[in-house]
Design a protein around this ligand. Sequence first.
Ligand code: FES
Length: 564
Amino acid sequence: MTTGMRKGLTSYGDAEFSLFLRKAFIKAMGLSDDALARPIIGIADTYSDFNPCHGNVPKLVEAAKRGVMLAGGLPMAFPTISIHESFSHPTSMFLRNLMAMDTEEMVRAQPMDAVILIGGCDKTIPAQLMGAASVDLPAVVLPVGPMLVGHYKGEVLGACTDCRRLWARFRAGDIDAAEIEAVSGRLAPTAGTCMVMGTASTVACMTEALGMALPGTGTIPATHADRIRAAEACGTAAVRLAASGPRPSAVMTSAAFRNALIVLQAIGGSTNALIHFTAVAGRLGLEIDLEDFDRLGREVPVLVDLKPSGEHYMEHLHWAGGVPRLLRELPDMLDLSCITVTGETLGAAMANAEEVPGQTVIRARDAPIATGGGLAVLRGNLAPSSALLKRSAATASLLRHEGRAVVFDSIEDMTARIDDEALDVTREDVLVLRNAGPKGAPGMPEAGYIPIPRKLARQGVKDMVRISDARMSGTAFGTIVLHVAPEAAVGGPLALVRTGDRIRLDAEARRLDLLVDDAELAARRAGWRAPRMARRGYAALFQQHVMQADQGCDFDFCRKGGSD
Ligand code: FES
């Protein structure tokens, strides 16, 4: 295998000329022959003025470079797409696969012996893991780290659980326009990812458990000196990885994914993570077994007391010992022999965990935040493939509920009618949103957190059963059924629901059913017409090839065995 500057030469039909030309150009950067003879460590730089979560990336790149050079390598930073949740139209999920392809192809195309992937905002680390899995070049993920908490009038604030909570209070008329404006300046007080157990935090913790990030790096606050030292350590680790591996395919095994999914349940993590890790696994030819995942949900207690399921924030989880300390509560469930990018086992990471006397963020097994699973996989005639419910963020009294459907045909329809005083809706009804899935929206936006109709919110209604083929932010809460598959836009049963139908949710039995007989559903299906899809550009590629939620929403041709 060729290494360093010789790797992946541009094809001119003369390999030595290709190398000569490459060196001639790169010497314009002032690099010496000694530098160019070193192992080359790529550093995926995802800084963007549009991505405040990645505001610390320049410092991390600088520290990672220092680590590479201290270990005798040559660091080469290169840009890739950067995706921020609030700056991605129509939705960040629409761009995740584009970033995965960008990462894969840039790592494959450029001469590097290992790569440091700096990511953090929700879709970025999943995209990087997908790319790394497909290239299978030694790689280490460096999360940018969580923000510190915000404060307002003595209250601790966290993006974006409190964004939603306070916006709901504004909608209900509890706080005025001036106050909500003041709050907007306090919710995200530093660089870094959302500091609650949203998708970014969930993915960072799971990436550590998966073995693709150095121990502790999932939780160190973005602004702390330890985060910079962690970047330097990643640089050093990457040089070692370049020499002796392991490669991503040796780290991301079935057992390692299972470890990550156990951590997902134990942290009460984001529903989105299941989609992302299913996509990463698919890149390696591995399947996430939803039955096994649901079983884990019943067996693994929620042990981390973080918003939105609990009380604390990511910086508190870090100072309580972070992921390595959490693993100590679950040794009998985990496969501790899994190898990580440190070259050591997950068990070694756990053994080095810090014990913090009196900490209350990571609960003991016999004193969990919740039992019976953070995430539950539902099935039924409304979700033949599957749907997902975050039980730990739901209202207990609604986990078994039957109600009348109030259907919104699209996000636009919902936006237009949800606050209409004339909307026929009561607190017992079930709100249904469709055509918001992977192909339908497109990009499966985080629209599953259907707002409580304003007239009900004013009456004090805080939660209702809500069902959609969309996703939901990991920072949101409520009795919300998501990821209904197949989605409405491909003719899933969700497309056939009519306002007035009865729907039954039974979370304990893992059922989601539309109480309409088969003959009536067949008649409705005969009259169903598929929505129009995009015909040009990336949108057309996306809608033609994106798979359903239970398959990770990757492109069919990007899965292992799709095509090379
Ligand atoms: Fe970037 Fe929440 S918006 S992590």
